[in-house]
Design a protein around this ligand. Structure first.
Ligand code: GLC
Ligand code: CA
Length: 551
């Protein structure tokens, strides 16, 4: 029997990164009181569900992805009472709620870690500990994805522990059955409280190869091919499914760096081998960078199109796509694949570009008003642990300006500034002092302004989402990309028995001739959606058109 949960296939999700969404109690930090105030707003977008980035107690080294207690909600976000209110409020509005499950690592402030470093049973082997080697050599040559090498020395235990992310994020030893029991306890705890599923953080990293061998392959980011999709990953996910998910109607979305469609199908094929519902792939994020956002390259439309089509074609009829263009880990799309000069047009085009593909779309807070990157004048203004490490350790011989640029293009903080609710002070995010900088363009780009404007990015999102839900070709249709060689237009069709939909997106500010595939007669079609009032023979800067032919 395949995993029985299917409700997510008709939905659009909204991602909340709680610190910057909305402050409800005036202390400058986003919280669940703020979320509660905005439930109707989220619903008004046409969204049916919310993914919460971590809400648990955490020292905040990685903005909540370093968890010190999995069974509670942080006081700064309003605690369990505020969460229950939000959960009930969402359910009353017919919306689902999924939580972030971060179990590749815990905070070093977690009780398990404190006991493990003291060798207090049963916690001794909860983490990946290794003794020192001769001549000060580390247990192996792997790199941390955030800062330095993947090992930190613990004075108390007199051993090294593994950290694939920040030093304060210690990797759990998932090979220990007791740790897997803890994971299942966490899952049940939240599912029994009514949560509808999980987004599983870097879940493909949880199984490390036996003996933790050195990486002899990669010059940088050593280790990633060794610990990604490790030997027992499938087995552990199957165990979670069998012991937990089979007993609930819950959705499981897995974050999967470097995954290909072929690899994804080992987990998400809809048959009795299925252990996950969807995977978050990274390939569609790599059209303007190499491997990480910090290695910036000019935007390459063909690379982007190839990535989207690879996933549309690769999963067709076998598995389900998770669709997104933004989240809390990547800079804003208008600034990357679109254009800040044509902010409004390109934000709308990017919306339609992915909204009519096959899968379940996710919208990241602020994306729906076309928020753009943040350009701090000093590197000291960055909060993100990964960004700070980059700044302090990469290219330190270069000028300040040369060192700041990659951060502008690559930092996760570019997409973590507070949501711009209005033109009031602090963008209406808080009545207090915001925990983080507000993007200076909030007077021009904000929700209040866009609510009243039928032509706004916000109302375009509403239209696109509601159209998506009424079109059978979007839910069931085949996907075909056209004019693959074009470096200016992205053109695709979606087709089922009843309808054929044509989506044409311009990724340039130059005028380009509008072109439809030979078998799609636009003169017989209805133009359902566009970001310009007049649509002629040439496509205007960042123009998008969505045509429908009923058969
Ligand atoms: C995931 C999260 C990211 C976090 C990292 C470590 O990639 O999305 O925000 O920093 O895992 O938990
Ligand atoms: Ca607050």
């Amino acid at each position: 029997m395949s995993k029985k949960t299917t409700w997510y296939k008709d939905m659009v999700f909204y991602q909340i990164w709680p610190r910057s969404f909305k402050d409800g109690n005036g202390d400058g930090m986003g919280d669940l009181y703020g979320v509660y105030e905005k439930l109707d707003y989220i619903k008004s977008l046409g969204c049916d569900g919310i993914w919460f980035s971590p809400l648990y107690p955490s020292p905040g080294v990685d903005c909540g992805y370093d968890i010190s207690d999995y069974m509670d909600i942080a006081a700064e976000f309003g605690g369990m009472d505020a969460f229950t209110k939000v959960l009930d409020g969402a359910h009353e509005r017919g919306m689902k709620v999924i939580m972030d499950l971060v179990v590749n690592h815990t905070s070093t402030e977690h009780e398990w870690f404190k006991k493990s470093r003291e060798r207090i049973e049963p916690y001794t082997d909860y983490y990946i500990w290794r003794p020192a080697k001769a001549h000060g050599k580390l247990p192996n040559n792997w790199d941390s994805l955030f800062e330095g090498k993947a090992w930190a020395w613990d004075e108390v235990r007199q051993e090294y522990y593994m950290h694939l992310f920040a030093i304060e994020q210690a990797d759990l030893n998932m090979d220990n059955p007791l740790v897997r029991e803890e994971v299942k306890k966490i899952l049940k705890f939240w599912l029994d409280r009514g949560v509808d599923g999980f987004r599983e953080d870097v879940i493909t990293f949880i199984s490390k190869p036996e003996g933790l061998p050195d990486d002899r392959l990669l010059p940088f980011s050593k280790g990633i091919f060794m610990f990604n999709h490790g030997p027992h990953l499938y087995e552990y996910l199957e165990e979670f499914r069998r012991d937990v998910f089979d007993h609930y109607d819950a959705m499981v979305l897995a974050e999967a760096p470097m995954v290909t469609p072929k690899k994804a199908l080992e987990y998400i094929t809809e048959d009795d081998t299925q252990v996950l519902d969807m995977m978050i792939q990274f390939q569609t994020q790599e059209a303007d960078c190499f491997f990480t956002d910090f290695r910036h390259t000019p935007f390459n439309l063909r690379k982007m199109k190839k990535a989207f089509s690879r996933w549309q074609d690769g999963l067709a009829g076998k598995g389900w796509n998770m669709l997104y263009i933004e989240n809390h880990d990547h800079p804003r799309m208008v600034s990357r694949y679109g254009s800040e000069k044509y902010q409004k047009a390109s934000a709308k085009m990017l919306c339609a570009m992915y909204m009519f593909q096959s899968g379940t779309p996710f919208v990241y807070q602020g994306q729906e008003i076309g928020m753009t990157n943040w350009y701090p004048e000093s590197p000291l203004m960055y909060e993100d642990v990964q960004t700070r490490w980059q700044y302090n350790n990469v290219g330190t011989n270069k000028s300040d300006e040369k060192r700041l640029k990659p951060l502008w293009n690559g930092s996760r903080d570019s997409a973590r500034t507070p949501v711009q609710w209005s033109a009031e002070e602090n963008a209406g995010f808080t009545t207090g002092t915001p925990w983080f900088y507000v993007n200076e363009n909030y007077k021009e780009i904000n929700v209040a302004e866009q609510e009243g404007d039928p032509d706004s990015v916000l109302n375009f999102y509403r239209k696109a989402i509601s159209l998506r839900k009424t079109l059978s070709a979007v839910r069931h249709g085949d996907y075909t990309e056209h004019f693959k060689g074009s470096s200016k237009l992205y053109t695709y069709t979606r087709e089922d028995k009843r309808q054929k939909l044509l989506v044409v997106c311009s990724f340039t500010d130059e005028a380009v001739k509008m072109k439809a595939p030979a078998d799609f007669d636009t003169s017989k079609a209805t133009l359902l959606l566009s970001n310009y009032k007049e649509n002629g023979e040439t496509m205007k800067p960042y123009e998008v058109r969505v045509y429908l032919l009923n058969k």
